[in-house]
Design a binder for this molecule. Structure first.
Ligand code: TTP
Ligand code: MG
Length: 352
């Protein structure tokens, strides 16, 4: 497999940062998002509160004991969800291969870009400009390392584990920092004398499987910085399309075809930029009465050129009865990438 470029992005103290952003009186204060009542739980705490040892999932009563001045703020899930959608739309400006892990974090496969580090910088900057919130980013060759990297310099961090540094980085890493090795497993490893990646690497695959079952195979890979899991996006977003509304409704075929050609070009360029391939072409038409139809065709193999893409759209248009009605809007979309998502033979650069 060629070297991949994976980014992991994670917002800093997400719910708490949003509350501090929207209420200046909370800035610089130890705050917890959640209910203060006897059964209340901390969803997250500001970095000021974390200094007292307060963390997510802690009972509110215990948190108050640790920090009597702690300010509790009720959660506003609709606000957080809105921001979450916004940052995902930023990610999708860079790649269609976005795998959200939770409300505030995601993996991005940007193997097609010249520099993943540059992309991560830009994404952090865009998030800041558009939301006034900070995120931490990790850049590396796989999900495990990208996730570890984003955590490495939190908050507002950017940490890169380039291919040439993977071995050295993994060797010194305490096992509890590996993504996928929880507290219980880490303790078991400690009992076996395994404290770092270098220790883990001393063990044979058989030994690891004997002690940890199936997960042993993954740990054997982790010790070598190997993690082949693909970034698995929400497939409904895997498309590139373009549409346009006519200044005047029309059913003149040459006019429609000229617009369709333009939309094919725009959508194709967008798909290329995202390294997206697709087997399905969808034509969308909205008529003067605002009624809308879509017509699509799925091929056995991915569309190979803009010309093929346009030709498929043209056929769909010609099969549509336009005599009685005029068109207000026309659009063309490419979707349905092959499994696994396209990673073509383009030369991958080693620039991170
Ligand atoms: P996290 O990314 O785990 O935490 P965080 O963003 O608050 O802080 P960090 O800087 O360490 O990334 O979780 C994101 C949000 O999800 C968090 O702000 C609140 C919510 N959450 C809960 O409601 N309960 C939980 O147990 C956790 C872990 C998170
Ligand atoms: Mg976070």
């Amino acid at each position: 497999m060629p070297v991949r470029k994976i980014i992991h992005i994670d917002m800093d103290a997400f719910f708490a940062a949003v509350e501090q952003r929207d209420n200046p009186a909370l800035c610089g204060q130890p705050i917890a998002v959640g209910h203060a009542g006897p059964r209340g739980v901390v969803a997250t705490a500001s970095y000021e509160a974390r200094r007292y040892g307060i963390h997510s999932a802690m009972a509110a009563q215990r948190a108050k004991k640790l920090c009597p001045g702690l300010i509790f703020v009720p959660a506003r899930m609709n606000v957080y969800k809105h921001i979450s959608r916004h940052i995902r739309s930023i990610f999708r400006q860079y790649t269609e291969l976005v795998e959200p892990l939770s409300i505030d974090e995601a993996f991005l496969d940007v193997s097609h870009l010249p520099s993943a580090t540059q992309a991560a910088k830009e994404i952090k900057q865009l998030i800041w400009e558009r939301t006034c919130l900070t995120a931490s980013a990790g850049v590396s060759v796989n999900k495990m390392l990208a996730k570890i990297a984003s955590d490495y310099q939190k908050p507002n961090g950017l940490f890169v584990i380039a291919p040439k540094n993977v071995e050295r980085f993994v060797a010194q890493l305490p096992v509890e920092k590996f993504f996928g090795i929880g507290r219980v497993t880490a303790e078991k490893m400690h009992r076996l004398g395994i404290y770092t990646g270098a220790d883990l690497r001393q063990k044979t695959e058989e030994e690891l499987v004997r002690h940890f079952g199936k997960a042993g195979h993954a740990y054997f890979g982790y010790a070598r910085g190997i993690d082949d899991r693909p970034v698995e996006p929400n497939r409904k977003h895997l498309s590139a399309g373009a549409e346009t509304t006519f200044a005047q409704d029309t059913n003149d075929l040459p006019t429609l075809l000229a617009a369709l050609a333009q939309m094919a070009q725009k959508a194709w360029q967008h798909a290329e930029k995202l390294n997206l391939r697709g087997k399905t072409v969808t034509l969308k038409l909205k008529f003067a009465d605002f009624k809308q139809i879509t017509r699509s065709q799925t091929f056995d193999v991915v569309l190979l050129s803009e010309t093929d893409f346009f030709t498929a759209g043209k056929k769909l248009l010609e099969q549509t009865d336009l005599h009685a009605r005029k068109v207000r809007l026309i659009g063309l979309t490419l979707s349905n990438p092959p499994e696994p998502p396209a990673r073509d033979g383009r030369q991958l650069q080693f620039d991170f």
